[in-house]
Design a protein around this ligand. Structure first.
Ligand SMILES: Cc1ncc(COP(=O)(O)O)c(C=O)c1O
Length: 390
């Protein structure tokens, strides 16, 4: 029976490559999975106090439908975090979602109509393009210098049309690890304001930065129409628990969307209640585990980038945040980055993701690997990539 045309544009390269790996695994091959950005699958865990808050919530009967917009205590804790980063928000400006993924769907569906264009940083996290397409819009990639971590402002200007409705920023970025500095963020906010665009900013990796202090969009937002997306999956190690949020900057331009979004939140009833209690504990409890986690990741980043750059035929920019390396395949003996990734899987049992899955314009000719496994595993995986490339 037929399915709708609009779902045809939905793709998620990160998970799409898994079926090929599973096939090999079923034949008895050992596969190293370097495709999914889930720290919890590589041995990191939420702290005990956070796990206990989840269990306690269940045991004390917090198992019912929660308020659609989220628990007031959680919204307050989130607002405090975002306010400290510079965004002008109170608890009233927060809407709790089942992960950024759900928040993104809600935001895009509220903004995008048939033929509307949305600017995305090239390369980008794939659901941004999928949701834009699903809602009838057109994703338009803009150039970002991976080495300098700077957006190409002239390129953005040249790509704005009367149909452009929003610009999405992801900082730190998945898949490149690019982190925008204050100057870059200010330029992006200015260009959005000049053209009356929504600014959708994803800061899910905000505390996973290695070299410089993180600057959030809040620092430069003023009264611009910034819609912040954030969540607990990466920094708070709660990937499988599915919790995130939307934050609305204090801007008169957001009045209409603020009316609509709570209605969408009501349609899906609420986000997971016991997890909301765990999220409160995660924000209010000790934060020192983040320091250990990030310093461990930094060691892994340093190893991976050094080794990738020593392999002839590959070059890799230094990711300033998140936990992905995005090497460029300088000399590809295969027809495409996807074929390279599939051959690396078939020949060496290493699963990565083809760069074109993160946008064909700027992602092609690269591949993405996570540097979440321990140093020993990473070293042996890099041996395999080296053998494959030589
Ligand atoms: C930039 C970015 N945003 C959002 C997500 C998904 O977030 P969540 O788990 O909150 O749905 C990811 C996951 O990889 C991501 O990289």
């Amino acid at each position: 029976m037929k399915v709708s045309k609009k779902v045809a544009g939905v793709e998620y390269a990160i998970r799409d490559v898994v079926s090929a790996a599973k096939k090999l695994e079923n034949q008895g091959r050992k596969i190293e999975y370097l495709n999914i950005g889930d720290p919890v699958q590589y041995g990191f865990q939420p702290p005990e106090n956070v796990k206990n808050a989840f269990i306690k919530a269940i045991q004390s009967g917090e198992n019912y439908y929660a308020p659609s917009e989220g628990l007031p205590e959680l919204k307050e804790a989130i607002a405090r975090k975002e306010h400290n980063k510079g965004l002008s928000v109170t608890g009233e400006d927060i809407l709790v979602t089942n992960g950024i993924s759900e928040g993104l769907d809600m935001v895009i569906s509220s903004i995008v109509e048939e033929g509307d264009e949305v600017l995305l940083p090239g390369p980008y996290y794939p659901p941004y393009a999928s949701y834009v397409k699903l809602h009838g819009g057109k994703p338009v990639e803009f150039a970002v210098d991976m080495n300098k971590s700077t957006p190409d402002i002239d390129d953005i200007r040249s790509k704005i049309t009367p149909n452009t409705v929003a610009i999405c920023l992801i900082s730190p970025n998945n898949p490149t690890g690019v982190v925008f500095n204050e100057k870059a963020l200010k330029q992006l906010v200015d260009i959005a304001n000049e053209n009356n665009l929504y600014i959708i900013c994803d800061e899910i990796y905000d505390q996973i930065v290695f070299d410089e202090k993180f600057v959030g969009i809040g620092k430069v937002a003023g009264d611009s129409p910034v819609i912040l997306l954030n969540g607990f999956s990466k920094v708070h190690l709660m990937t499988g628990w599915r919790i995130g949020y939307i934050g609305f900057n204090n801007s008169s331009k957001l009045e209409q969307i603020r009316e609509i979004l709570p209605k969408l939140a009501r349609v899906r009833i609420c986000s997971n209640l016991p997890v909301q209690h765990a999220a409160i504990e995660s924000l209010n409890g000790p934060q020192d585990y983040i320091i250990d986690y990030v310093s461990e990741l930094k060691k892994r980043r340093d190893l991976v980038v050094k080794r990738l750059n020593s392999i002839s035929g590959l070059s890799c920019s230094n990711p300033k945040g998140a936990f992905y390396a995005f090497p460029k395949i300088e000399h590809n003996r295969y027809d495409s980055d996807k074929e390279y990734v599939m051959e690396l899987l078939n020949k060496k049992g290493v699963l990565t993701v083809h760069g074109s899955g993160f946008g064909t314009q700027y992602g092609s000719g690269h591949f993405r690997l996570v540097f979440l496994p321990n140093l020993q595993t990473l070293d042996s995986v890099l041996d395999k990539i080296e053998e494959f490339s030589s």
